[in-house]
Design a protein. Structure first.
Lengths: 180, 190
């Protein structure tokens, strides 16, 4: 049972969003800009960063739903598993590996990001905007993950539900709920 | 020097927000609802939670500016802000706020650290579900803002007078209003 009276039947962050619509609105808008609006990083790449950080934070709901959204964008789920397990050996671009390395540092503590980490990303072709967005995606998921876990929200073990949710997120983005 | 080309004239999160106004807007809207909008927790109490979490995350800019906003809401009582950071259990704040600071400090380490006992304790001291929700989300949100500010290596001045003045302005006008001093009027298309 969740720590507070969240509406029943709504998994993960969806229940918290219904409980407090005033904070849900900017949180949805932030995710939408970071993960769904046009960017030089693909939606699949950005969802992989969100999934990786959520996996480092051990948030089941967030890594399952964003992992499903990433798989939907990328047309396969094996790469999602490999990024979570060991992104340096996963079949993703060197630029994304460098950005995932920055995201992993931000997940621990922003001060761990070094000039060398940023230099590596730039050498692999990352722009300042892409580095900015990677840092903010990683930071934002340190918020979303703590929000979902800190309220002890309902996080079903149901791959089919996450696959459906991932498809909704991949197609519609984050402004409206995937729950009816 | 910041990791990316941020405006040197804008310290801390302001430089990052000016760089990316599209994300700055929801970031400012969120902090406005959490810390400045009407709430059964006073603005001073909510700023103390934000300051304490930023202190635990060792983010100089965030703990300084939110500490200054907190002090501005608390009749200029900077000593109280220092006491909360150093040892909130012995600070002159309500028992309810102490229980919410315990919840916030657990969230800072990881949401799963919050126990049913922590929540029951806060409730027994009068905390409502919305107040518990907001304490969790303020703590979670500052785990984002702190990492954003530190992860880009933004400029974080050691200038208490600057934070004190800015703190008074934010306490009076709120975050969205003050953001107009460093954000463009309309989103810049990319």
């Amino acid at each position: 049972m969740a720590h507070i009276a969240l509406p029943e039947g709504l998994p993960g962050i969806s229940g918290a969003f219904v409980f407090r619509p005033e904070t849900a609105k900017p949180m949805r808008e932030l995710a939408h800009v970071l993960l769904h609006e046009p960017s030089s990083l693909t939606r699949g790449e950005r969802e992989l960063i969100a999934t990786y950080v959520s996996s480092q934070n051990e948030c089941h709901f967030c890594q399952a739903s964003h992992g499903a959204a990433a798989a939907c964008h990328l047309g396969e789920d094996d790469v999602v598993r490999r990024v979570k397990a060991d992104f340096e050996s996963a079949p993703v671009a060197p630029k994304l590996k460098a950005l995932l390395s920055i995201a992993g540092k931000v997940q621990s503590d922003g001060k761990l990001v070094t000039a060398e980490d940023v230099e590596r990303a730039r050498r692999e072709g990352a722009s300042d905007l892409e580095i900015h967005d990677t840092v903010l995606i990683a930071a934002a998921f340190c918020m979303y993950n703590r929000y979902v876990d800190g309220l002890d929200s309902w996080q079903p073990r149901d791959d089919g539900m996450y696959a459906q949710m991932g498809q909704h997120l991949a197609e519609q983005g984050y402004l409206k709920s995937s729950q009816r | 020097m910041p990791h990316i080309a941020l405006l040197e004239s804008q310290p801390g999160i302001r430089g990052a927000m000016a760089f990316r106004p599209e994300t700055a807007r929801p970031l400012n809207d969120l902090v406005e609802v959490l810390l400045h909008a009407p709430n059964s927790l006073s603005p001073g109490e909510r700023e103390l939670i934000a300051t304490y979490v930023s202190y635990l995350n060792d983010c100089h800019y965030c703990q300084s500016i939110h500490g200054a906003v907190a002090a501005a809401h608390l009749d200029g009582d900077e000593e109280l802000v220092h006491r909360v950071k150093a040892d909130f259990e012995h600070a002159a704040i309500s028992t309810k706020l102490k229980a919410l600071l315990v919840v916030a400090s657990k969230v800072q380490r990881g949401g799963k650290h919050v126990t049913a006992e922590d929540v029951a304790h806060a409730r027994s001291l009068g905390a409502t579900d919305v107040e518990i929700h907001d304490a969790v989300l303020i703590a979670a949100a500052f785990c984002m803002y702190n990492r954003y500010v530190d992860g880009l290596a933004t400029i974080q001045p050691r200038d208490e007078a600057m934070y004190r003045e800015r703190g008074k302005m934010v306490a009076r006008d709120g975050y969205v209003s003050v953001s107009k001093t460093y954000l463009p009027a309309e989103p810049v298309p990319r």
